[in-house]
Each structure stands twice: as structure tokens, then as C-alpha cells.
Write a protein that binds this ligand. Structure first.
Ligand code: PAF
Length: 297
């Protein structure tokens, strides 16, 4: 397979993709922050199924990190990422040479997606989704994709971006891709590289807890507290701390109150710390799961 074209500025990106669209090619976009793993490659394959020209963006977006988060230490591995994209036949990589390419001096516009951003991740990372919605809108506007593919591991992000694209009438289809998991069930994430061997072993409690709740749900359990208890038990035994274990409406991502019963479809989401590493994961209850999205027990 050929090498992808690596573009570092907005003008060249616009020019190349306008030319492709004029030739009648559908553009498929895979937004990433790099440190590409097999989960990202599944997004690339999904984009390839739906578009003739596949663009991967690699940009560690400063506006989605809070002041005490891992922006500076986030893994930056451009050379390896380009090689992985080449192996998947990616046509073009947009890797801005500097944050000012997408945030020029003096820019000040931010997008806020109200309800969907408010809870779960939003409660712990108050400016995170403003940064995500803003960068995704910028990427959609400069690349003009017909489809953009997002992983379901970042479930709330998927909902926020879908809502934003719909509310702004952006002509892009947001395509969800199942969470990719390691053999023991841990969701693939660029942040897994931060885990010590001991914490990596403990992190298996996340898929174990989610799987226990899935089994209870499938056996008819609908009480929020009972389902959450199934998830919490194995995680509490080993985690450094838990930010949240929540059951929320699968569309609005608004949590069901304690003591209530859930609908037939709900997202069960967790954010857990092992050492200084924060991991998120989720499963949608009441939904058919494909083989890649089955949480190991
Ligand atoms: O999921 C990510 O890697 C990022 O949040 C995204 C969508 C690329 C926006 O920076």
C-alpha cells in the first residue's frame, strides 16, 4: 500500500479534499489524537467501508484538557502513527504542525452542547466537551467529510458530537464503531500505556463489573441501585478511586436517579482511576452486541 499524504496546514487540506470531492469521491474522516492502537484501526476500516477517500486527523487538542490533566504528557507518536495508517491504506493524514493551525492567535469561539455534556464526564471535566465539540466542528468544516467515525468507548463524546452536528445542520453522518477490547476485556485506549503492570491487571475489574451488570440486566434486573452495585463490587475492591459508576439515558446521557428503574435501553458508564491513570468504559444495556463489543466476563 502507498504512503498516506501527510498534510500540516488547513489550506492544503482544503485544497486536496475539494479536489477529491470534485472527482466524486466521498470523504471519510477519523478524528484522533494519535498514539494509534487497534481500536483506531477499526475506525479506519469502518471509514473505508463507507467512503472512497479516508482521512485520519492526528491532533492532541489542547482545549479538551483541563488544567491538571495529561495534555503535556499525552503520547505523541507521529512516525509510528503514519506507519500504522499506511498499513491500513489511509489516503491522507491531517497532522497540524502546531496547535495554532487550528487555534490561530486571537480565536475565541467555543461550542457548548448543553444537556448531553453536563453529567458523567462533564461533571468531572467541566470544559472537556466544549473542547471536543469545538475541535470536531472545526475538523468537519475544514475537511467536509460525508461520514466521520467515532468509537463507542467514548460514548458521551459520540452523543455530544452527534448532537452538535445535528443541531448545526452539518452535512456529515456520524458513524459509531464498537469498543475494541484486549483479550481480557479491557477497552483499548491510548491511556492504557500509562498503567503499571500491577494496575493493568487490576483494571480488568472494569470489564468484569460491566459484564456482571449485563448478565443481571439480561436476567431481568432493572433497578438502578442493583445494577450499579454489580459494577461497583469488583472495581471497588482494587481501584485507586472511582469518579463515577452511572446508568444514564442512552440518548441524552442524563443519569437515572438512585432508587429508580431504568428503561429498556440505558448506558452504563464508568470512570475509574488506577494509580494516576483514569480509564473510562461503558456498555449499552438493552442493545444487540456484535462480537467485538462483548464485554468479557
Ligand atoms: O476521541 C478523541 O481522540 C478526541 O476526543 C477527538 C474526537 C479526536 C477530538 O479531539
Amino acid at each position: 500500500m502507498g504512503q498516506p499524504l501527510v498534510v500540516r496546514d488547513v489550506e492544503t487540506l482544503r485544497e486536496k479534499l475539494a479536489a477529491a470531492r470534485e472527482r466524486g469521491l466521498r470523504v471519510g474522516l477519523v478524528p484522533t489524537m494519535g498514539a494509534l492502537h487497534d481500536g483506531h484501526l477499526a475506525l479506519v476500516r469502518e471509514a473505508r467501508r463507507r467512503a472512497q477517500l479516508v482521512v485520519v486527523t492526528i491532533f492532541v487538542n489542547p482545549t479538551q484538557f483541563g488544567p491538571n490533566e495529561d495534555f503535556t504528557r499525552y503520547p505523541r507518536t507521529l512516525e509510528a502513527d503514519v506507519a500504522r495508517c499506511a498499513g491500513e491504506g489511509v489516503d491522507l493524514i491531517f497532522a497540524p504542525s502546531d496547535p495554532s493551525v487550528l487555534y490561530p492567535p486571537g480565536e475565541e469561539t467555543r461550542l457548548r452542547v448543553s444537556t448531553t455534556s453536563q453529567h458523567l464526564e462533564g461533571a468531572f471535566r467541566p470544559t472537556h466537551f466544549e473542547g471536543v465539540a469545538t475541535i470536531c466542528a472545526k475538523l468537519f468544516l475544514v475537511a467536509g467529510p460525508s461520514v466521520a467515525v467515532f468509537g463507542r468507548k467514548d460514548y458521551q463524546q459520540l452523543r455530544v458530537v452527534s448532537r452538535m452536528a445535528r443541531d448545526l445542520f452539518l452535512p456529515v453522518e456520524i458513524v459509531p464503531c464498537p469498543t475494541q477490547r484486549e483479550a481480557d476485556g479491557l477497552a483499548r485506549s491510548s491511556r492504557n500505556v500509562y498503567l503499571s503492570a500491577d494496575d493493568r491487571a487490576k483494571a480488568r475489574a472494569i470489564p468484569t463489573g460491566l459484564a456482571a451488570a449485563v448478565r443481571a440486566f439480561e436476567a431481568g434486573e432493572r433497578h438502578v441501585d442493583a445494577l450499579l452495585a454489580r459494577v461497583r463490587a469488583p472495581i471497588e475492591a482494587v481501584a485507586t478511586s472511582i469518579d463515577y459508576v452511572a446508568l444514564a439515558n442512552a440518548d441524552s446521557v442524563v443519569p437515572f436517579p438512585a432508587g429508580s428503574m431504568i428503561d429498556d435501553r440505558a448506558v452504563l458508564a464508568v470512570a475509574v482511576r488506577f494509580g494516576s491513570t483514569r480509564l473510562i468504559d461503558n456498555v449499552v444495556l438493552g442493545e444487540e452486541r456484535g462480537p467485538a463489543d462483548v464485554v468479557a466476563g
